[in-house]
Design a protein around this ligand. Structure first.
Ligand code: ZN
Length: 272
């Protein structure tokens, strides 16, 4: 083993050791060890750039935050959820959270790494979503960000696409050939292109349910939300559905966890 390889391997193993899991264990019981080779800072920078780009494009199309009542509503719900993220990871309370609404018929929402939330108006309008149901979707998306599922997916994709060299270049801050540059360019596209895995979805469901309950939103809404989405998918399948199939398992898992988070919801309601 030459010296450079040794340095690279040491750096990578340090990173692995320091990033075994991104969030604290809680009522919903999410504690899987994660594959997180890419530095969080790199992912957050890419995410912020892609988000800024999305906002700029929407502004040009005059589709950004056009319905003030809807924007206020979505931001109000999101801010209550964001106020609870410290339970899972204290650092997330300091993230530069942003919440915007794009006028778009698609039934979809996402939260990019570092807390960049986008809700498409179709999600609010097409299923006449209640506040509790919107909190269920946004809570699920925030949970993906808290668990850094995007970074996990990118780490996996980079290893497949560019090999360990590109990751090592990020980790050591040096450029190994052109791989790191190429990889950086692919980053924001990878976020959208790579679907979350089944286990990541289960985690987002569980943590999202707890987050919403802690923020004072009725956890039963997660189930009615999926039922509404299922009904909607009979005519035209919602965008959200293609990446989030509402399997019988998904609804059964949410129902099973609901009694555990209900006391958190009741405590939040009582505290208001
Ligand atoms: Zn998801």
């Amino acid at each position: 083993m030459n010296k450079i390889t040794a340095i690279i391997l040491t750096t990578l193993s340090l990173q692995l050791a320091s990033c075994a899991t991104t969030t604290k264990d809680s009522v919903s019981g999410v504690k899987r060890s994660q594959f997180l080779l890419m530095p969080a800072g790199t992912v957050d920078t890419m995410s912020a750039q892609a988000y800024t780009e999305t906002l700029k494009e929407a502004q040009q199309k005059k589709t950004l935050n056009v319905d003030k009542a809807m924007v206020d509503r979505v931001r109000g719900i999101s801010n209550k959820l964001i106020a609870q993220v410290g339970v899972f990871r204290p650092d997330a309370a300091q993230w530069k959270w942003e919440v915007n609404v794009e006028k778009n018929d698609q039934l979809n929402a996402y939260c990019m790494p570092g807390g960049k939330i986008m809700v498409l108006s179709g999600l609010v309008e097409k299923i006449s979503a209640t506040d509790d149901e919107l909190a269920a979707v946004i809570g699920h998306e925030i949970a993906h960000a808290l668990r850094e599922h995007g970074r996990e997916r990118m780490s996996q994709a980079y290893v497949q696409q560019f090999g360990l060299q590109a990751l090592a270049a990020f980790a050591t801050g040096s450029a190994v050939g052109g791989a790191a540059v190429q990889a950086a360019g692919a980053g924001s596209q990878l976020f959208f292109a790579l679907p979350n895995g089944r286990e990541q979805e289960r985690e987002a469901d569980k943590m999202g349910l707890e987050l919403a309950a802690r923020a004072g939103f009725n956890p039963d809404a997660a189930v009615t939300l999926w039922q509404k989405m299922s009904a909607q998918s009979k005519s035209a399948p919602p965008e959200f559905f293609s990446t989030h199939p509402a399997s019988a398992n998904r609804i059964a898992d949410l129902k099973a966890l609901t009694p555990k988070v209900r006391p958190l919801y009741e405590a939040a309601k009582a505290g208001k």
